[in-house]
Write a protein that binds this ligand. Structure first.
Ligand SMILES: [Mg+2]
Length: 348
């Protein structure tokens, strides 16, 4: 549906793989000293002195992770980069390079891939990363996009999931649940469109949550802010699968327990109103929705004065001994064990 909107339609088979890569990547500029050689040889060459390197990769599959009937290809390219950069920032590192690989069926013309790469280029420029390589191949059906991100971290500043200690505070950036509710609105509009293609939906009341789904941002600013405040978290993770899943990762790997306070979970007013409209519990959405790409981290109590008045952060709980378990303290002050929801993408 998206690719049909293009005026022009150039068959990929007319170009061949190397001409295609050359065409799609010719405007990418090198921004980092550590990039010695980018695209154009058998491999990229990086040179890094003293710093530690972090590497992360993600694979996005059409029909599982994205739906092109409401996800424009430009946004998809942008988001594919963002989800990887978010993992780099979750290590308290700065992202420096990415590689991008795609497998694409012949239903996509060149112009569709140009849109995809325009989104990749936009994200690479905004987040100051070099695109240094990748692969392009054909698929029998649909689109797959895999991005690998590389980052650098100075001294011993990297932060793992396993450093949380009892009495540490549990902190989250931004707000939660918006991307999931944005997806619910988009899915609903897709069904309405099927019945009545002339229906013009008014999506204005959902602008924030739809943007959080279609054009998420990664919290590079938070890594910078923590560094400026001279605050190194004891553990950190990004929220891709939902708050409950990420809290469990930190607790299991740090061998600690946790109390999470329902009333402290940050929610945007649009999330609250859309949850009411869909008759969904907003806490459930924040816990299990995912794709927020906010940072969840723990800090020592001593660092509390550094963040207490900062609107970027919400203190949502505290770390306990492992034997205390992992619990949600509800508004009614009941204690509910937090359980993992599993890999929901495997059910999609
Ligand atoms: Mg992650």
């Amino acid at each position: 549906m998206i690719e049909d909107k293009n005026q022009q339609s150039t068959q990929l088979s007319d170009l061949g793989e190397f001409a295609l890569i050359e065409h799609l990547t010719k405007n990418f500029k090198i921004k980092h000293k550590s990039t010695i050689k980018g695209i154009g040889d058998d491999a990229a060459v990086l040179e890094v002195k003293n710093n530690k390197i972090v590497v992360t990769t993600d694979l996005l599959v059409e029909g599982v992770h994205f739906d092109l009937s409401y996800m424009p290809l430009k946004h998809l390219g942008y988001k594919a980069v963002i989800v990887n950069l978010s993992d780099v920032f979750a290590m308290n590192a700065m992202a420096t390079q990415i590689t991008v690989s795609i497998a694409v069926s012949n239903r996509f013309p060149l112009e569709a891939l140009e849109d995809l790469y325009a989104g990749i280029d936009t994200a690479a420029n905004i987040y100051n990363v070099d695109v240094i390589g990748g692969d392009t191949t054909s698929s029998t059906k649909g689109l797959l996009i895999s991005v690998t991100a590389i980052g650098e971290v100075e001294n011993n500043d990297e932060v793992y999931r396993n450093g949380a200690k009892p009495n540490d505070l549990l902190v989250v950036s931004g707000d939660l649940g918006a991307a999931y509710m944005g997806l619910q609105v988009l899915e609903r509009e897709k069904e309405v469109y099927k019945v009545n293609p002339n229906n013009q939906p008014d999506l204005e009341p959902y602008s924030y949550i739809i943007e959080r789904q279609l054009k998420p941002e990664a919290r590079k600013d938070i890594v910078k802010l923590l560094s400026d405040m001279n605050l190194k978290p004891s553990s950190m993770i990004d929220i891709s699968d939902g708050l409950s899943s990420e809290i469990i990762h930190i607790c299991k790997q740090s061998k600690v327990g946790c109390d999470l306070y329902e009333e402290k979970i940050p929610l945007d007013p649009q999330v609250i109103s859309t949850c009411e409209e869909f008759n969904i519990d907003s806490t459930t959405v924040a816990l299990n929705g995912g794709e927020d790409y906010e940072l969840l981290f723990t800090i020592s109590q001593e660092d509390y004065p550094k963040i207490k008045a900062n609107p970027n952060f919400s203190i949502i709980g505290h770390i306990k001994e492992e034997s205390a378990g992992i619990h949600l303290i509800t508004r009614a002050e009941t204690k509910i064990p937090i359980k993992a929801q599993g890999w929901k993408n495997f059910n999609a």
